[in-house]
Design a protein around this ligand. Structure first.
Ligand code: FES
Length: 203
């Protein structure tokens, strides 16, 4: 894979098959999402998935998904294990007493995959700057996350490097779940209060 993180240009035939299956399963909502998220990519290949609240048909591997806050991102195979963060849109259906509006973007996050002696490891961070809520981006040349608003910067592990932010990036819980012989990435997306040192989830 090159430094641009472009999945299409680097995926293996197997990866491509998985990715085609993944894309075909998410339908028209995906294509509506691409246009909305692409400007956030800022030079990165962006994988976009309408994250739907759903339970896996078969849970196992690294653990079942019992917490309803977890949403399915997609197949682990679509995320290269090069340790580079990639940005995903978080899409949810908006539901009230009268209407259900599918595929509303509620935020973005970064996923990063590495490999340990125990197997694949995926970490996730909200891309919302914990200072005052701007969208951070990953600067591949500097190997760090950066916020354009007030110049806060964060290491790849989310720790604060410099700037006015009072804490590091907000990590998001990740589960890898076996489903039909493949591993899926599930993430519990949350928003947190900005401008404070403590990590306080918003209701
Ligand atoms: Fe990111 Fe201020 S909002 S540094």
């Amino acid at each position: 894979m090159n430094r641009s993180g472009d999945i299409k240009r680097t995926a293996s035939p197997s990866d491509s098959h998985h990715r085609r299956s993944f894309l075909s399963s998410i339908g028209a909502v995906l294509f509506g999402s691409v246009a909305a998220v692409f400007p956030l990519a800022a030079g990165w290949g962006v994988l976009v998935d309408p994250l739907r609240r759903q339970r896996p048909e078969k849970a196992g591997g690294h653990g079942a998904v019992a917490d309803p806050k977890f949403v399915r991102v997609g197949l682990l195979a679509m995320l290269p294990d090069d340790g580079l963060p990639r940005q995903f849109a978080v899409m949810e259906d908006s539901v009230d007493a009268w209407t259900r509006i599918p595929g509303q973007r509620v935020g973005t996050m970064f996923l990063c995959r590495t490999t340990s002696d125990k197997g694949p490891v995926v970490t996730a961070f909200s891309s919302t700057c914990p200072h005052l809520g701007c969208a951070v981006d990953f600067n591949a040349a500097a190997n760090q996350f950066e916020c354009p608003c007030h110049k806060s910067a964060f290491a790849k592990d989310g720790d604060k490097l410099y700037g006015p932010t009072l804490r590091g990036l907000d990590p998001l819980p990740v589960k890898l779940v076996d489903s039909n012989g493949q591993q899926e990435i599930w993430v519990a997306y949350e928003r947190f209060r900005t401008g404070v040192a403590e990590r306080i989830p918003l209701a």
